[in-house]
Write a protein that binds this ligand. Structure first.
Ligand code: AMP
Ligand code: MN
Ligand code: MN
Length: 327
């Protein structure tokens, strides 16, 4: 059998040619979805539908409460239609590896995979890999494609793309908030993106249970290595007594990172039978490299991993990995 060509680094033109050629698409977002993976997939999906294409949205986990306002979010599911054409293109957004899509995908031929992402160390798992590490979000990678496709940026598409930006820049606070990002955001707001709604949903819509959980996690926080490292954890019991769930843990890590003098922060999420670790850096320590030592990934200042073992082992190994990266 002749191997299909692999575009390790596909150009915008390569991707556009493929989008035009294919009749049907499945937009795939990662497990524990955030506003970038979902917003990027919805923006491209909505645009492709406008061009007359057939589009489905696949996501293993349910749409988080705070992202249900996104246009087309109601069409996101774990179902793959039985009559999906064999040459449908599977578009993976915001994941450094295909495994981040979860366990419910059917077997997909590599020739049918487009990988759009902005993570460091993306494994180039697609036949077409559109990986732009300097972009602030996967949504802004998609925006480049939409411009090249010549699709009108309407209110719905603008809302999806602005959501990806506001999610991954932490509401324009992180170091990836460049002048270009602000110019594009202005353009999206002018096109009708509902900035008020996005701000409210993503940053100001916490459940009381989340605030109670935050209090517990902050109480347990440890400040180590002369105040350069702060870590804490959330376990099943803390979720139970707070009345919270996994979606309520999002903001905790930012508080740990924001402490004066802290260069790296870690949050150990030990519930639902697994340990997931979130890492954040203030800019000196590369937490993507630290996570990669333990099988995870992400960005220089924000990364994550799933740990096989006990919480105590996770705490010890993550500190070791951070120290190896200069903490
Ligand atoms: P989080 O702490 O879950 O917000 O994730 C921060 C960053 O790390 C995101 O860019 C994720 O894509 C990445 N990340 C989180 N968990 C993993 C994992 N298990 N494997 C690879 N990358 C991850
Ligand atoms: Mn993401
Ligand atoms: Mn992202």
């Amino acid at each position: 059998m002749i191997e299909p060509p692999v575009k390790v680094n596909a150009s915008t033109d390569d991707v556009i040619a493929e989008l035009k050629r294919r009749p049907a698409f499945v937009m795939v977002s990662h497990v524990k979805p955030d506003g970038d993976t979902l917003g990027a997939g919805l923006a491209l999906g909505i645009a492709l539908k406008r061009l007359g294409k057939r589009v489905h949205y696949f996501q293993q986990d349910a749409v988080p409460r705070n992202l249900r306002f996104l246009p087309d979010a109601e069409h996101v599911s774990r179902e793959i239609p039985a009559d999906l054409p064999a040459d449908a293109l599977w578009v993976f957004g915001d994941m450094s590896d295909m495994a981040r899509a979860g366990e419910f995908l059917p077997d997909i031929d590599r020739e049918n995979v487009l990988n759009i992402d902005h993570h460091l160390g993306n494994s180039r798992f697609g036949a077409f890999n559109y990986v732009l590490e300097t972009e602030c979000s996967t949504g802004t990678c998609v925006m480049r494609l939409l411009r090249a496709l010549g699709v009108a940026i309407d209110r719905d598409i603008a809302t999806c793309i602005l959501t990806t930006i506001m999610t991954d820049t932490g509401g324009f606070m992180h170091s990836n908030t460049t002048p270009d990002v602000l110019h594009l955001s202005a353009e999206l707001i002018a096109a009708g993106a509902d900035k008020e709604e996005i701000t409210e949903q993503i940053f100001a819509n916490k459940r009381f249970a989340a605030v109670r959980l935050l209090g517990r996690a902050l109480e347990k926080a440890k400040l180590e290595r002369d105040g350069r490292y702060c870590w804490s954890f959330v376990d099943d019991e803390m979720l139970r007594v707070s009345g919270a769930d996994g979606e309520d843990t999002e903001e905790i890590i930012g508080h740990l990172r924001s402490i004066e003098g802290v260069e790296a922060a870690a949050l150990f999420k030990s519930y639902d039978g697994e340990i997931r670790v979130s890492l954040r850096s203030s800019g000196r320590v590369n937490v993507q490299a630290a996570a990669a030592r333990l099988g995870g990934g992400g960005h220089f200042r924000a990364s994550g991993l799933t740990y096989e073992g006990s919480l105590a082992q996770a705490v010890a190994d993550v500190e070791k990995a951070l120290v190896a990266e200069g903490l």
